[in-house]
Ligand binder design. Structure first.
Ligand SMILES: Cc1cc2nc3c(=O)[nH]c(=O)nc-3n(C[C@H](O)[C@H](O)[C@H](O)COP(=O)(O)O)c2cc1C
Length: 229
């Protein structure tokens, strides 16, 4: 059993997505957590470019860079497919998903196991619990001036839920910029509430998934531990 934790916030200190991902990882033994910090993979876009270009050439004609791009995509695909559960931390950047997440997803899709031309939609991660932990500096709630401007969350749901078939839970903290921007000081109580609610939901989700794992373990022990003597 493995939790794959993917972080993408450019902040190490004070990151709310990392804090929420910590809560999700806390119910796992440390040696069962695989941590993929995409901010430590600076060439993701270039690797994707090479892997995607390889799709237009027969394999014997691939350049060394194309081979490296395809190999990285296969490594990422192996890592994702080996996970029992997945947590993806994704801050809202410029009204979209972090470029690292987009390139990581694009790279995965160059692998036949995630490519919708080779794998039916909903198959790659069918039934795998995947928690998206999101932080947004502003508010995109119904009625807010920028309602509908969060283009990241619907995209991430579409990819992980509809395309890959994971069982997606979204946990989002809003108005996080109020903490640091004096112009938003009056929104701090709302920001604090949103963060507290996100933490509480992360705790409940982590506890629920831990119970499910324990149940699954019991079932598998029951089946494999049958005394046939
Ligand atoms: C480069 C950059 C772009 C951002 N763009 C947006 C944005 O479009 N909308 C928004 O609500 N917040 C935006 N923010 C604020 C972040 O979403 C917010 O700080 C969030 O808490 C970051 O996640 P983290 O706390 O895990 O680092 C941006 C922050 C950065 C650094």
């Amino acid at each position: 059993m493995t939790l794959l934790r993917v972080d993408t916030s450019v902040r190490r200190l004070g990151s709310i997505t990392r804090e929420l991902a910590d809560i999700m990882a806390a119910t796992w033994p440390a040696d069962q957590v695989v941590h993929r910090d995409l901010t430590g993979c600076p060439d993701l876009h270039a690797a994707w470019h090479q892997a995607a270009s390889a799709g237009f050439l027969p394999e014997p004609h691939w350049t060394p860079a194309m081979r490296r791009g395809k190999a990285l995509a296969a490594d990422f695909a192996d890592e994702v497919l080996a996970a029992t559960e997945i947590v993806v931390g994704a801050p809202l950047y410029n009204f979209g998903t972090p470029a690292s997440v987009k390139s990581w997803v694009d790279l995965l899709i160059t692998d036949p196991r995630f490519d919708p031309r080779h794998t039916l939609p909903g198959r790659a991660l069918a039934g795998v619990p995947l928690t998206l932990v999101i932080a947004r500096g502003g508010s995109y709630a119904p009625g807010a001036p920028r309602e509908g401007w969060d283009h990241a969350t619907p995209y991430l749901r579409r990819i992980f839920g509809d395309l890959f078939g994971a069982e997606v839970t979204v946990i989002a903290a809003e108005l996080t910029a109020a903490e640091i921007d004096p112009a938003l000081a009056e929104l701090r109580p709302q920001a604090d509430l949103s963060r507290a609610e996100a933490r509480a939901l992360a705790e409940r989700t982590a506890a629920h998934l831990a119970e499910r794992r324990a149940h699954d373990r019991e079932l598998s022990t029951g089946t494999t531990g049958v005394d046939v003597g």
